[in-house]
Write a protein that binds this ligand. Structure first.
Ligand code: HEM
Length: 68
């Protein structure tokens, strides 16, 4: 509903970069994605406490595989 299955931000993730955008992928790292996922960013609530560090690492690694 938010970042889509392809990583392209949907209405509920308005303001987010697209995860399949090569320019964003150049700057994003597993660490940076885990931090934003844990702490939240802007309108996005954090998942700390809801997802374990291992789960957030796995998601971040997956997110970086998304490509156009
Ligand atoms: C575990 C699942 C999720 C992950 C890994 C994730 C990851 C991210 C990342 C890495 C960003 C920053 C992208 C950038 O640099 O612009 C972001 C932004 C954002 N996400 Fe998520 N997200 C998740 C779930 C959600 C959900 C469920 C929603 C909707 C309710 C959401 C809404 C947003 C919004 C609105 C932003 C933009 C925040 C801002 O810059 O103002 N995300 N997300």
């Amino acid at each position: 509903m938010c970042h889509g299955t392809d990583g392209v931000a949907k209405k509920m993730a308005e303001g987010s970069k697209n995860f399949n955008d090569p320019a964003w992928k150049k700057t994003a790292t597993v660490e940076s994605i885990v931090k934003e996922t844990a702490d939240g960013k802007g309108k996005m609530k954090g998942f700390a406490g809801k997802l374990s560090p291992e789960q957030m690492n796995a998601i971040a690694t997956y997110v970086l595989t998304l490509a156009k």
